[in-house]
Design a protein around this ligand. Structure first.
Ligand SMILES: C[S@@+](CC[C@H](N)C(=O)[O-])C[C@H]1O[C@@H](n2cnc3c(N)ncnc32)[C@H](O)[C@@H]1O
Length: 396
């Protein structure tokens, strides 16, 4: 999965609405010849091994090659998606995200006055520009993709070359022309908070360059879990593979259910409370804290079916005059992070007051540290449904 790509429920079906002049037989006129039964057992697997095995079976990404005057091929963009302006456009237009950072900086100028700032993963340089405008003494904007060249030009065009220095390179490899900075600012959050693992880059920068009483912005991130009714979409995305034009494609269903889906969830689908799984203190945590096991208890607020658990995160800036931040939850204004949907193998029938209890284990994938492995253990001991299961997922 490429980060921050748009993949709405309504738009990812790939069905064209274009009309054609030729009159073909309507799709609905084709009569199905047989129904396929789907009584295969879904086998359990180990967190690392089976997840990777499933991935190995998948087809490689086709790479389209342009010849001629183009500077970059799609393969270049695949490996370096932040070089393309499109991904930055999507982030900048996420006003929940960008305006929160702007408000944090402009409304808390006392934090920045005469301070040296390090912007970790500066992209277009937007956060550095906010900091410079708020009165920072100097800002070092570090960006590893080719967008650094644009950031340099943007800084010059806007007359901030004397305050902002753009450094092109990886945080882990660049040299800063000074020993310490007062503030580290970064927008590092991935889908499911931890996908892409940029948090480790921020922690690396903090440990190397931040003064002892320095400020990290944002400094708190919390991961939440809730449960939803999602019959229609589970049918469309998962059960679909049971019978594809009369053929059993259950082997793909097993892969599909292991891939968390990044999508927006309607707040009316929420059946239980929202449980705080984990809060990370970015100013104090160590990289290992991003891998954890956390228990949860989701209590039904009405009688309903449950098809999936949904994860989302909040971030906060606790060093401001007043607490500031934003939520990516289904009850808040939508962001480009949407929510992360983990489909359950079982459909749970739950009555008001009953609880799904379990734990979620989150870990960096050993082969590819940018991927996230998730193990979900859950059980329900209800009037209408008794179930206990372990499921494995991989964000990739
Ligand atoms: C989520 S974007 C945020 C961009 C910008 N700060 C903003 O708020 O619009 C993260 C940026 O960090 C850069 N990045 C990721 N890892 C990095 C690293 N190790 N060193 C330097 N830049 C990195 C990416 O290329 C990307 O442009």
């Amino acid at each position: 999965m490429r980060r921050r790509e748009s993949n709405n429920r309504s738009s990812n079906s790939g069905i064209s609405t274009m009309s054609h002049h030729t009159r073909f037989q309507d799709a609905d006129e084709i009569i199905e010849d047989a129904a396929v039964s789907s009584n295969h057992d879904d086998s359990m697997c180990e967190l690392d091994g089976a997840v990777d095995k499933a991935v190995e079976g998948s087809a490689p990404e086709p790479s389209m090659v342009f010849t001629g005057s183009h500077d970059k091929t799609s393969a270049d963009y695949y490996f370096d998606s932040y070089s393309h302006f499109g991904i930055h456009e999507e982030m900048l237009k996420d006003t929940v995200r960008t305006k929160t950072y702007q408000n944090v900086i402009y409304q808390n100028k006392f934090l920045f006055k005469n301070k040296v700032v390090l912007d970790v993963g500066a992209g277009t340089g937007i956060l550095s520009l906010f900091c410079a405008k708020a009165g920072a003494e100097h800002v070092y904007a570090v960006e590893c993709s080719d967008m650094a060249d644009m950031a340099k030009e943007i800084v010059e065009t806007n007359g901030y070359s004397n305050v902002i220095t753009v450094l092109k390179g990886k945080i882990e490899e660049i040299e800063l022309p000074l020993a310490k900075v007062d503030i580290i600012i970064s927008e590092w959050m991935g889908y499911f908070l931890l996908f892409e693992n940029m948090l480790n880059t921020v922690l690396y920068a903090r440990d190397k360059w931040l003064v002892d009483d320095g400020v990290v912005l944002p400094d708190k991130a919390s991961l939440f879990l809730t449960a939803i009714e999602d019959a229609d979409y589970k049918e469309d995305k998962i059960e679909f593979w049971n019978n594809v034009y009369g053929f059993d494609m259950n082997c793909i269903k097993k892969q599909a259910i292991m891939e968390p889906l990044v999508d927006t969830v309607d707040k009316n689908q929420i059946v239980t409370n929202c449980h705080l799984l984990k809060t990370m203190d970015i100013s104090k945590m160590v990289p290992g804290d991003a891998s954890f096991t956390a228990p949860f208890k989701l209590v039904a607020e009405r009688d309903d079916y449950i098809h999936a658990l949904v994860a989302y995160f909040d971030v906060s800036f606790t060093r401001c005059h007043k607490l500031m931040g934003f939520s990516t939850g289904p009850r808040s204004r939508a962001t480009h992070w949407k929510q992360t949907v983990l489909y359950l193998e079982d459909v749970l029938t739950i009555c008001e007051g009953e609880a799904i209890v379990g734990s979620m284990t989150v870990a960096q994938n050993k082969k590819n540290p940018r991927d996230v492995d998730i193990m979900l253990k859950y059980s329900l001991n209800g009037q209408r449904c008794v179930v206990s299961r372990v499921q494995y997922y991989k964000m990739r």
